[in-house]
Write a protein that binds this ligand. Structure first.
Ligand code: ASP
Ligand code: MG
Length: 418
């Protein structure tokens, strides 16, 4: 048994969906397969906009924005499907109606609830179209509403999966009579059958949940890049492919901000020793990257650059040592404000924290910490992280920059510069 996950870029046009069909037609084995698919292209962003406009009370504009999304999907279906167009149209229409009804209501609950009810439609639409297309070209598959399977709590927009109930649902899937199931990533439902989402880019995580509960040998994530690279090729044209990585390395990369795989994806795989293949849907013959439980030696320097960073300096007001009570208070503030420090350095009576520069968060933090510390904020900084660094590459990448903070371990160097 295998799990395949296709992201938004792999279904963002008629040609890309045909390409996906080609990949499935050319599978060399006939193993049972679970296929997880995201919303097409930038649909999730467009639906976020619908949710915002709806919540602001502007029904007409919300409906107008939704109409655009609707027409895009209908156009794709029209160009893609012949025999299966009518049944597909019926399925899509049901989803359209559901959202349009909701958009005619006045919001009475919290924003995150409406966000999930609206945004989840992106994956439902894309999977309906792809499923119909695959059936039309002879790749027989059964479409599932993943909300009947991935059960969650009601922490909308960042729902937590109920593994026990999800496991029961997964185990009831009949792979004997269905060789291929096709379903959505990113979304789930509560016990009251309200839709939920698992956090942006959450489809990788959904795929890992299925791999874990189905005890598969592997999970393949199909992307528009050759595999996992040692740097973002848009910033570093000579970035190279890394053919093999350990789970640990990938977790570290994600932690430092590399946009490789959704960080939550790794644990369900690591726990069951399931290999993760990152492959290129544009050329399935490329080797890609294999991630598994195995130490990989001689990795190239792995580079992550995060711009729009802020540095907050906190000074003890009365010379009390930062490491004690004030630190405990500070961590409480972090957790209340859901702040993640990208870099933290303590000295005798001061502390430096590097954060993503989000204005409201920084203001909230400054306010909350102002009773304990004197505070200074510096902005427009860039955080460079290099795993497996050497001095030469550090020098090369920081040449001519003013470094405001530098932290080194034998494995990793981080430089915050202006
Ligand atoms: N469609 C969702 C998003 O764009 C989930 C995903 O693609 O993983 O965040
Ligand atoms: Mg995506």
């Amino acid at each position: 048994m295998q799990v395949y996950k296709f992201g938004g870029a792999s279904v963002n046009s008629v040609d890309r969906i045909k390409n996906l069909g080609y990949i499935l037609q050319n599978r060399t084995d006939n193993e049972p397969l679970m296929v997880i698919i995201s919303a097409m292209g930038k649909t999730t962003n467009a639906l976020e906009k619908v949710a915002e406009v709806f919540f602001s009370g502007d029904t007409d504009n919300a409906l107008r924005l939704f109409e655009v999304i609707k027409q895009q999907h209908l156009t794709t279906a029209k160009y893609l499907l012949v025999t299966h167009y009518n049944p597909c149209y019926t399925l899509l229409s049901d989803f359209f109606t559901e959202i349009e009804w909701l958009l005619h209501d006045k919001p009475v609950r919290e924003f995150d609830y409406y966000y999930d009810q609206i945004v989840c439609i992106g994956e439902l639409l894309s999977t309906c179209i792809v499923s119909c297309y695959l059936n039309e070209i002879g790749v027989a598959n059964t479409w599932l509403d993943v909300r009947d399977i991935i059960r969650t709590d009601n922490n909308f927009r960042d729902a937590t999966v109920d593994w026990e109930r999800t496991k029961q649902a997964v185990e009831s899937l009949d792979f004997v009579h269905n060789n291929i199931f096709l379903t959505q990533g990113f979304i789930g439902a509560t016990d009251d059958n309200e839709s939920t989402t698992l956090g942006r880019e959450g489809s990788d995580f959904t795929a890992a949940i299925f791999a874990n509960l189905l005890n598969t040998n592997s999970l393949t994530i199909w992307k528009d890049v050759a595999g996992v690279m040692n740097a973002d090729p848009k910033q570093f044209p000579d970035a190279e492919l890394i053919p093999e990585l350990s789970f640990e390395e990938v977790i570290e990369m994600a932690y430092y901000g590399a946009q490789v795989i959704h960080p939550k994806t790794i644990k369900p795989l690591q726990n069951k020793g399931i290999a993760l293949y990152v492959k290129c849907f544009l050329d399935a013959n490329l080797q890609g990257t294999t991630i598994r439980q195995k130490t990989v030696k001689h990795l190239p320097p792995i580079i992550v650059v995060k711009s729009e960073q802020a540095l907050i300096e906190l000074h003890s007001q009365d010379f009390s040592f930062v490491g004690e009570q004030p630190m405990i208070e500070l961590y409480k503030i972090f957790s209340q404000l859901k702040i993640k420090a990208n870099l933290l350095q303590t000295e005798a009576i001061s502390l430096q924290i590097c954060l993503d520069d989000r204005k409201e968060k920084i203001e909230q933090l400054a306010l909350a910490a102002s009773t304990l510390f004197d505070i200074q904020v510096a902005k427009n900084l860039t955080l460079l992280t290099i795993r497996h660094y050497n001095e030469a590459i550090l020098e090369q990448l920081t040449k001519g920059k003013e470094i405001v903070l530098l932290q080194k371990t034998p494995q990793t160097v981080q430089a915050l510069y202006r």
